[in-house]
Design a protein around this ligand. Structure first.
Ligand SMILES: [Zn+2]
Length: 565
């Protein structure tokens, strides 16, 4: 398996032929086919390229040797809020460190060998995607609560403050038991990865040991994540509250040190470690002035440390906040007053911000996590995301489990679309008057490029990882999903590809791919996420689950090491 922290020289690889995702060898014009594995050599097919597939190599027999991996097939790449590229014939190379070495669009099968040669890959192993499979950047969940996953789908009758008291705090208090925490978090992180979340901003509970366990599991499972322990020393029930400001800060510092020891900064690398700590004042209401002040001091001494919190989710919450902080000009001003509003602050919800607050957030270059499912489910309201985008504020998507009832960013995409349509309808705009290419977003629907961007590159910007993940470019980390919209994926809500598409002109292939993307965003689920890669390592997805079922060592003794095909 690749270790992103290690370096190793890359050399031209031996001929392996053209394989699909499952190690099945297919024949392509201009490519010599050789089979180095006994399990591959048992059968070869002579069908033309793009017609497809032949034999199965069990996952565990695929060699995890240190060499570049080259994918050939359809790739979707976000470009901006108004555009993405859809390339049906893309060649994409991932180096041994899990970074994208290069990618080339529009490589016809007969030009494959020549293109590989031009990159110095004379006889390389190429993994060819089948029709109905495509690569997109992994999803980025900019706001979720790991301990609340067991509560998903309950408590929707409450609004925020009652929901915290009746549903959330009782469950979170159980994480005082580290064994319970560990068992629960294993399931939580596995679900998040298999749902396509390659980067996740996790809130833990207030417990130090349980949150260390969460970081351990994220690290072992190979997900990219920020993990924080909630700071909360007032306005919480007696059974679930930090004893003092001093205890809260001491535990926070201990967690930061612990997480940084898990995955140190790779030597000679500008890339950031996979798992990082994040300051997590739960929200202004739950923190005394002293605690917020100490957290501000901690933040100012550590400029790289991310900060996550909630803002303006619910009207009762906002008025309570104003009462608690009468000297602050507004809710955003509370965080600003304590030095907690800066370029790496992630503000969840932002449903009811005033214009002054939006301007302040923009001036501090903080980001907003849009959590539309939760905003609907807890009757919080409809966040005017288009207004924030027009102001140039960074915006990503969050599931906000369990205010939200799904761990999947696909669900957040769907509700972000509905949320924007509500804004549009309320403003009296009609869909037909809106252009997908428009660069003004207030009171308009969100287009497919916008939704894709928010779920990937937008989230990366909110996390301060825009140079590393969120889209595909040479030098960026290969954090990616291989999506499968073929009928065999077994998702009855996707009218997917059944059989092989007829030979199409290039422009028609592109349109077909765009159609697959839209269907996946609105009807897809984890059955359509075939493989999940983080930093080039194969860490989850449908194929991964199948491998675990086939191999008892996946279930007993937990082989949690990331794997690279
Ligand atoms: Zn939340």
């Amino acid at each position: 398996m690749p270790n992103p922290g290690q370096t190793s020289a890359r050399s031209p690889t031996q001929a392996q032929g053209l394989q699909n995702l499952y190690g099945e060898v297919i024949r392509a014009p201009g490519l010599k086919i050789e089979t180095s594995s006994a399990s591959i050599s048992s059968s070869l097919c002579t069908v033309a390229f793009a017609a497809i597939i032949l034999l199965l190599v069990p996952e565990k027999e695929m060699s995890p040797t240190a060499k570049s991996t080259i994918f050939y097939g359809s790739v979707i790449n976000p470009i901006s809020l108004v555009s993405y590229s859809a390339s049906p014939l893309c060649l994409l190379a991932v180096d041994t460190l899990g970074n994208i070495d290069w990618l080339v669009d529009d490589v016809e099968p007969h030009n494959l060998q020549e293109t590989l040669a031009s990159k110095g890959y004379i006889d390389s192993e190429v993994i060819a995607l089948r029709e109905g499979e495509f690569i997109i950047p992994g999803f980025i969940d900019t706001h979720t609560h790991a301990p609340q996953v067991p509560n998903m789908g309950t408590g929707g009758q409450y609004q925020l403050l009652d929901w915290l008291e009746n549903v959330t705090f009782p469950t979170e208090s159980k994480f005082a038991d580290v064994n319970f925490a560990r068992k629960t978090y294993e399931s939580v992180v596995r679900r998040a990865i298999d749902s396509g979340t390659t980067t996740c901003c996790y809130y833990g509970t207030l417990h130090l040991e349980a949150t260390k366990a969460l970081a351990d599991i994220v690290h072992a499972f190979g997900q990219r994540a920020f993990v924080g322990k909630c700071n909360m020393n007032r306005n919480c029930p007696g059974h679930y509250i930090e004893a003092s400001q001093e205890d809260s800060i001491a535990d926070t510092q201990a967690l930061i040190s612990y997480i940084r020891s898990l995955s140190p900064q790779p030597e000679l690398s500008t890339q950031e470690p996979l798992v990082q700590p994040i300051l997590t004042p739960r929200f202004a209401i739950s923190c005394t002035d002293d605690l917020l002040s100490s957290l501000g001091d901690l933040a100012s001494s550590d400029p790289k440390l991310r900060i996550q919190t909630h803002i303006s989710e619910n009207k009762s919450e906002i008025s309570f906040t104003h009462k608690l902080f009468p000297s602050a000009p507004n809710y955003a001003g509370v965080y600003d007053m304590f030095g907690l509003l800066r370029q790496n602050t992630i503000l969840a919800h932002a449903v009811h911000l005033t214009e002054d607050e939006v301007d302040l957030i923009k001036s501090r270059d903080a980001g907003i996590s849009h959590c539309p499912t939760s905003n609907f489910n807890l009757s919080s309201g409809v966040a005017p995301i288009g207004v924030y985008l027009d102001k140039g504020v960074k915006v990503g998507l969050g599931t906000d489990v369990s205010g939200g009832f799904s761990v999947s960013i696909l669900n957040a995409i769907q509700n972000a679309s509905i949320s924007a349509k509500i804004c549009s309808l309320q403003a009296g705009n009609s869909a037909s008057s809106e252009s997908a290419k428009s660069t003004s977003f207030a009171n308009k629907q969100l287009s497919i490029p916008s939704l894709l961007y928010l779920a990937t590159a937008g989230g990366a910007a909110v996390c301060g990882l825009e140079k590393q993940v969120g889209s595909f470019a040479a030098g960026k980390s290969f954090d990616a999903l291989i999506v499968n919209v073929r009928d065999e994926a077994g998702n009855p809500t996707i009218w997917g590809l059944n059989g092989t598409s007829p030979q199409l002109a290039a422009e028609d292939k592109k349109k077909l791919l765009e159609g697959w993307l839209e269907r996946f965003l609105f009807c897809g689920d984890d059955r359509n996420i075939e493989r999940v890669y983080v930093q080039g390592a194969f860490v989850g997805g449908r194929t991964y689950r199948r491998g675990r079922m086939d191999d008892s060592s996946f279930l007993v003794g937990r082989d949690t090491s990331p794997k690279l095909i």
